[in-house]
Design a binder for this molecule. Sequence first.
Ligand SMILES: Cc1cc2nc3c(=O)[nH]c(=O)nc-3n(C[C@H](O)[C@H](O)[C@H](O)COP(=O)(O)OP(=O)(O)OC[C@H]3O[C@@H](n4cnc5c(N)ncnc54)[C@H](O)[C@@H]3O)c2cc1C
Length: 417
Amino acid sequence: MSSSPEVVVVGGGPSGAAVAFWLAEVGHSVALIEKKEYPREKTCGDGLTPRAIHELRLMDFDFDVPELHRINGLRSYGAGSMLEMEWPDHPVYPKWGAIIRRADLDQQVAMLAEKQGVVIHQKATATPVVEDGRLAGVEISHNGDSAVLTPRVVVIADGAMSRFGRPLGVGRDRKAPYGLALRAYYSSPRADDDMMESLLDLQDEEGKNVPGYGWTFPLGGETVNIGVGLLSTSRRWKGLNTGQLLDTYLHNLPEHWAVDETSRLTDPVGGKLSMAFSGGPITGSNWVLVGDALGSTNPFTGEGIAYGYQTGRMAAATVHRALAADDLTMLRQYPEELEAEFGDYYRVGKVFVRAIGNPHIMRAFMTVGFKSKPLMEWTFRVMSNLMPPGDKNLTKQLYGAIETAVRMAPAGLGRDG
Ligand SMILES: Cc1cc2nc3c(=O)[nH]c(=O)nc-3n(C[C@H](O)[C@H](O)[C@H](O)COP(=O)(O)OP(=O)(O)OC[C@H]3O[C@@H](n4cnc5c(N)ncnc54)[C@H](O)[C@@H]3O)c2cc1C
């Protein structure tokens, strides 16, 4: 570990592996530091949308691995109804998604990065070496030994609880919404289903709606990933218990899954969803944030894998340009590029999650939505960010519609009364 690579990536999840892959692909020397050992578990729903499949295709991922189960669309329950929707047609994204355990997925993507020449240090923890407020190096601790690397650029990809950047002034926007989610694996005779399933009007044990959703994602074979995700935008948020919500969701699960408490294979585990670019600053003089460290999760759905890959790919392009020009001030272009790619969409998402924190709006949305399959298909397209390219007006119209709904709601913005 004595000679320093040009770039050190802290964290080997989707965002870290992707940024390392793309930087090595254009010839940079890259070290990726991962504190766990592959195959490493990550609490997740394990769901890949067509956007994630697209990113994996770009990295030449082998989709024929037996661990990957293909998914053709979403079966959605709400307001006492059910709708089945295929993934939408799109000129860029494929018409299929997948479910794959993160232990398998993340190891396989890290191996793709390694094949590009990335040097991976597993069971190694990175801490920043800060001098006069500037990132002067990265200390790597492994098996009781430590060494300091002095790369030209550091990419911070250490996930939703991101700690590495704190001494550099990185923090979270405390006003930004966030989510908490809990999942466990269960055995089910229906695990070969080719649809993922969601329940949009998640309820607590008293039958009151809470903002969030429940999911059942079949992994193929005999296992399904079942979980609940909850948003911080409800006034009752602090009193809610994800464990109880998961129990209630399980209790009301459609019979076709044939799942109950006795089918549980693992204990439920939870995690935080940092969304809508709530982390920042996004860049420093010689570092950038990617993935959950940046808060890149889609606020509409909590989907973060695709955005980890994409922000990783975008950061790699900017870091490459800055290194090639020997001008690290060019790293400042990265936030502008993120804004151009995601700015409008994530702003709409933030308004949306505040809106559904209000049970009146949530109920109205469910009742109207489930009466019309075209409307729900459009909502599915928007929420999974698979809108036709170039339709800027669509985002503006959507923003206007959600803002109007919020203004007209009896209990005011994003709050249940
Ligand atoms: C319950 C739950 C369900 C979810 N379901 C889905 C889903 O179905 N689909 C989806 O797309 N997204 C889902 N998400 C979101 C998704 O898991 C994240 O968005 C995604 O993992 C972000 O990738 P990342 O690489 O930024 O961070 P992570 O995957 O968290 O990777 C960060 C890595 O950094 C390492 N690390 C941290 N600190 C250090 C350090 N100091 N030194 C070295 N290594 C370090 C960690 O060990 C970890 O491996 C879910 C999240 C939760 C909590």
